[in-house]
Design a protein around this ligand. Structure first.
Ligand SMILES: [Zn+2]
Length: 242
């Protein structure tokens, strides 16, 4: 569905309105001068449900020029090979995720506690980006921001679209200030808090989260709630419910 003239929301799984497969993160399309950038790729199960959203939005597959991943968790990255094959788009991934994506396999070591089942097939990126890097995809200018905490390789992306200063947040923070720590082997609350405080210094008024709802106005209010939430968690209080 179209959120603005240039931003489409084409997948949402288990946290949110749930209009595609349960294992999908939120997937967005950003329309640039030379085509679309797909933000994250979903979990790769039942991709036809994303395909029909694209059809309903009038998006032609060959117009998708890049698949830009925020981090390599299965619900965000496992669909990348499917969409690369289907569209001919290049897969662009955080530098820190490249080695895992090239090899594929289980994400979590067997010793990890409370970890969701997470395994993907080898998904070699066509290109990598690093925090601080400014780059162009489909004619859109983006800036990568290192955002470790949920996982070490996470990148957020800043882009200006339709008069909005947009932050793509992946699993860094969501609508309502929720941020996800699964006690995964790669999550770190203290690092997470520093990341959120750094993001608060960025200029943005809209954000596209990897789960829950996209926010087109008053984005900083949600970030403030996220900082409060992570501070509570560090103090040993229970996490906000999903
Ligand atoms: Zn994640």
């Amino acid at each position: 569905m179209r959120l603005t003239e240039s931003i489409h929301w084409v997948a949402c799984g288990y946290v949110g309105p749930f209009f595609t497969a349960a294992g999908d993160c939120n997937v967005y399309l950003l329309h640039g001068p030379h085509g679309y950038v797909m933000i994250d790729a979903g979990g790769g199960k039942e991709p036809d449900l994303i395909g029909r959203q694209l059809r309903w939005d009038g998006v032609k597959l060959e117009e998708i020029k890049a698949i830009l991943l925020t981090h390599p968790h299965v619900d965000h990255a496992a669909g990348a090979n499917y969409w690369r094959k289907k569209t001919g788009a290049q897969v662009v991934a955080p530098e820190g995720a490249a080695e895992y994506l090239r090899k594929g396999g289980p994400y979590c070591p067997p010793s990890a506690t409370n970890a969701p089942k997470s395994s993907i097939e080898p998904t070699p990126p066509d290109r990598t980006v690093a925090g601080g890097e400014t780059f162009e995809l489909a004619g859109l200018k983006l800036r990568a921001i290192a955002a470790p905490g949920h996982c070490p390789s996470m990148l957020c992306y800043r882009v200006d679209l339709d008069g909005l200063k947009v932050l793509v947040t992946g699993d860094c923070f969501y609508w309502g200030g929720k941020c996800t720590i699964f006690s995964l082997h790669d999550s770190d609350r203290a690092v997470f808090k520093q990341t959120l405080e750094r993001l608060d210094k960025e200029e943005f008024d809209a954000f596209l989260g990897g789960h829950r709802f996209p926010v087109l106005h008053g984005a900083k209010e949600h970030l403030k709630l996220a900082i409060e939430e992570i501070t509570r968690q560090i103090a040993g209080e229970p996490a906000m419910r999903a």
